[in-house]
Design a protein around this ligand. Sequence first.
Ligand code: ADP
Ligand code: MG
Length: 231
Amino acid sequence: MEVTKVINATRDFKIGEIETHALRGVNLSIEDGEFTALVGPSGSGKTTLLQLIGLLDQPTSGQVFINGQDATRLSRNQRADLRKGTIGFIFQFFALIPTLTAYENVEMPLLLNGTKPAERKARANEVLKAVGLSDRAHHRPDQLSGGQQQRVAVARALSINPKVILADEPTANLDTENGKQVMDIMQKLNKDTGVTFVFATHDPRVISYANRVVTLQDGLITKDSKVNGKS
Ligand code: ADP
Ligand code: MG
């Protein structure tokens, strides 16, 4: 079954007199277990599309289904609940809370969704272990390398046991070695737990991991290919 389905989605932004058609009628269906790269030049609409799929934003027209539910028909609160239960995010600039430890950052989504303390602790430790950072649990972000910080962000996204993890240029601020570590971990999680990943990137080394490459250009999908991701 598909984790998410976008039907005829458009997204217009208006600032003063200037209107931008960031998405101009996008149709995309992502199946359970995919490891999909969203590629295209800067300004092509990758971030806008991830924000729609992630229920952080709403289309100007069209529909966004998550886990079979039409999110465009839900109230703001219902959408937030659906997001908190099914979607994890990874951002380009990690977006960790600087004053919290790695463990506390990972625990945060579990606090927000009301997970009981004992289960919270077990789950936070489990996902930190899954990204190889058990020994860094009590470090703050500024005491970690960029790659380690992004792996904390991967663990945080994973903590709620999401259906899909959306990653917007997850390696753009990492050197080659750290970028590779982050992609290796994401791929391993996809293989071991089946969690679906959709990641926006223009880095060829990152694209090479994907099993499917969806190309955006000027707010439209222009190419969609199944590929053999590197193993
Ligand atoms: P990409 O992630 O592929 O670089 P974006 O989705 O960020 O592309 O942007 C697509 C287009 O929409 C760009 O022209 C961008 O300037 C515009 N855009 C994105 N977000 C906003 C916004 N919040 N307000 C106005 N214009 C925006
Ligand atoms: Mg972007």
